[in-house]
Design a binder for this molecule. Structure first.
Ligand code: NCD
Length: 330
């Protein structure tokens, strides 16, 4: 594909995610999903949830569908859960390690995609550090092919947003009644951005972001959220505390307190958590830095739902894969 094809899709520009009949074809952002679409996905995901120790769900809904996992950034949970989700729906899943250099990235990615399309791949699950790559690929694939984001730069991580919403619903009921604090490196976090979109769509009562000044997003982002620089203030009375990792790989670190100093000001300890509602839940997308953004007593404590988040990741990815590719199964 030509360089002008790449330039035509500006970073941040989002492609139409639906087919002409309105059904979901790609999932690159949650930004334009209606409340009803999100709720339908969450209900279907809930159908696939099983307790740990029970046999996982097995279906043939995606029999004959071939899925490629293309991850150019590290991933454990997201990659494994997309793989399991595809397999548990009866699809064939292939994991590809892709090494890409930055400037030529768009072209290289498309060459890879066209090769895989010729091999009858139908769904591309992509994680990439460069904004715009997902929409660029989606703009060039064959009409029957779907593109799913497994994390795009700092911009979006839609299946994480959905699994976070599902986890909250399971523990606290409807999101519309809740006060939710997202804490830590909001500025560089795709998890925070997708959480923000899904919580807004589901009409959370109150959204707060808590971060040191250097990790706060720009003023035009996270509209409607209350901003706090002191963790002690931001936690008061909230129903949900969502902790984030400092995304050291996404910026020069000098302006942000490190390690012990960060923990001293922003680490979630049991004493600080006591400022939230007595039945508040604690979330973290992982990987966790124990002793930096969260104390082990909290991460492993009774209010933590961090492991439920992981389990829900498979169920949500099953629901999303089924939504985009269920119509093409053999
Ligand atoms: C996150 C990610 O990659 O955005 N991890 C995940 O997918 N669960 C968060 C992080 O890396 O801190």
């Amino acid at each position: 594909m030509q360089a002008d094809g790449w330039q035509a899709m500006k970073p941040g520009a989002v492609i139409e995610q639906r087919r002409p009949d309105g059904s979901l074809r790609h999932l690159i952002t949650l930004e334009d999903l209606a409340r009803s679409e999100i709720e339908t996905l969450l209900e279907r995901a809930q159908y696939y949830v099983r307790e740990v120790g029970q046999r996982p769900p097995a279906s043939e809904r995606l029999r004959g569908v071939t899925i490629a996992n293309l991850f150019t950034e590290p991933s454990t949970r997201t990659r494994v859960s997309f793989e399991l989700a595809g397999r548990r729906l009866g699809a064939q899943v292939v994991n590809l390690e892709v090494q890409l250099s930055s400037r030529a990235k768009g072209e290289t990615m498309l060459d890879t995609i066209f090769t895989l399309q010729a091999l009858h791949f139908d769904v591309f699950v992509i994680r990439d550090a460069e904004p715009g790559v997902l929409s660029h690929v989606a703009a060039h694939v064959a009409p029957h092919v779907s593109v799913l984001s497994a994390g795009e730069a700092h911009l979006s991580h839609p299946t994480q947003g959905l699994l976070d919403a599902l986890t909250i619903r399971q523990h606290k009921g409807a999101i519309s009644g809740l006060s939710i604090a997202i804490v830590g490196d909001i500025r560089h976090s795709r998890v925070a951005r997708s959480a923000y979109h899904v919580f807004r769509a589901l009409e959370a009562r109150e959204l707060r972001i808590v971060a040191p000044a250097a990790l706060m997003p720009e003023a035009r982002e996270f509209a409607g959220c209350r901003r706090f620089e002191r963790l002690e203030d931001g936690l008061v009375g909230v129903d949900v505390v969502m902790m984030l990792r400092v995304q050291k790989e996404r910026f020069a670190q000098s302006e942000v307190p490190d390690g012990d100093e960060y923990f001293a000001r922003y680490g979630l300890t049991a004493a600080r958590l006591a400022r939230a509602a007595a039945d508040a839940i604690v979330m973290h997308p992982q990987p966790m830095n124990r002793g930096v953004e969260i104390a082990s007593e909290v991460a492993d404590g009774p209010q933590s739902v961090i492991r439920a988040q992981v389990s829900n990741g498979v169920a949500v990815r099953m629901a999303v894969l089924e939504a985009v590719a269920g119509g093409m199964a053999a």
